[in-house]
Design a protein around this ligand. Structure first.
Ligand code: SF4
Length: 274
């Protein structure tokens, strides 16, 4: 669609007191929210880079490297818009890879359903959602630790590396450690030193474009993505890129942001952004 116009604006976010500046180019025409993921991913990476610089300034080193997929056996919470994006990504894979990845998703889901892991998780998340005093973070941590101990890798983990690295969910971008990599296979509060992420795009995205199919649960697990997208036809509303960006930053900063028309921009033409 050659006549679709795009706009570019600069955003400055304060992360741990430091300004993080980003140039964002977004569609100036209505799109579904999952089309905005490249922008949200870019912003997540900018925030994470700034947090990494802060720990490196303290003389610490990031232990995470390609070929270490220890953290990719954890329960990975994703947003509704990421579930549809990942389902599309898998559909676009060539065969036989597509079928292989789908099989891994299905096997993982069957496994955790069989051991009734989701029953425990959903019960806890519901308590959290209604602010029930019996909810406890310790119980939630125990359930997610149980997931890790099952040793089931993320369906996208291949040769201990992320096979969808540029498209990985925001929460995966935010998980970095300075503690020894080998500690990640059985992490505890004492043995893991995570890079503190002061502003969490992965949490903000949970509420962007959400259609309330997930009432009572704050997020989906990665292994549910294909099943969720299969069972729930996508019915997101459409907004311009500036409106989606405003929604995202409002949740991210818990503040109201300037109305979309006041975002500084210069018009550009680009080919369709998929
Ligand atoms: S998407 Fe990639 S980084 Fe995230 S858990 Fe899966 S393999 Fe690991």
């Amino acid at each position: 669609m050659e006549n679709e116009s795009w706009v570019t604006g600069n955003i400055v976010l304060r992360v741990n007191g430091e300004p993080v500046e980003m140039e964002m180019t977004v569609p100036d025409f209505p799109v579904k929210p999952h089309r905005m993921l490249p922008v949200f991913q870019q912003m997540s990476s900018a925030v994470v880079d700034s947090c990494v610089r802060a720990v490196e300034d303290e003389g610490k080193e990031i232990s995470c490297k390609a070929g270490c997929g220890a953290c990719c056996r954890q329960a990975v919470p994703i947003s509704e818009i990421e579930a549809y994006q990942l389902a599309e990504l898998v559909e676009e894979m060539p065969e036989p890879r597509r079928s292989e990845v789908k099989r891994r998703f299905a096997d993982a889901l069957v496994h955790f359903n069989n051991i009734k892991w989701f029953d425990k998780l959903i019960g806890l998340k519901d308590l959290a959602y209604i602010d029930d005093p019996t909810f406890s973070m310790a119980k939630l941590n125990a359930v997610t630790t149980e997931y890790l101990h099952e040793g089931i890798a993320c369906p996208f983990l291949e040769d201990e590396s992320c096979s969808i690295h540029p498209h990985r969910p925001l929460v995966c971008r935010e998980y970095l450690v300075t503690s020894p990599a080998e500690n990640c296979s059985d992490p505890t509060a004492e043995t893991i030193e995570k890079v503190p992420i002061f502003v969490r795009p992965s949490k903000a995205i949970l509420n962007v474009g959400r259609t309330r199919k997930m009432d009572g649960i704050s997020s989906l697990m990665m292994i549910e993505a294909l099943d969720f997208a299969d069972r729930n036809a996508e019915n997101f509303e459409e907004k311009t890129g500036k409106e989606w960006a405003a929604d995202f930053f409002q949740v991210l900063t818990s503040k109201s942001v300037p109305p979309p028309n006041s975002v500084p921009s210069r018009k550009r033409r680009k080919k369709r952004w998929k």
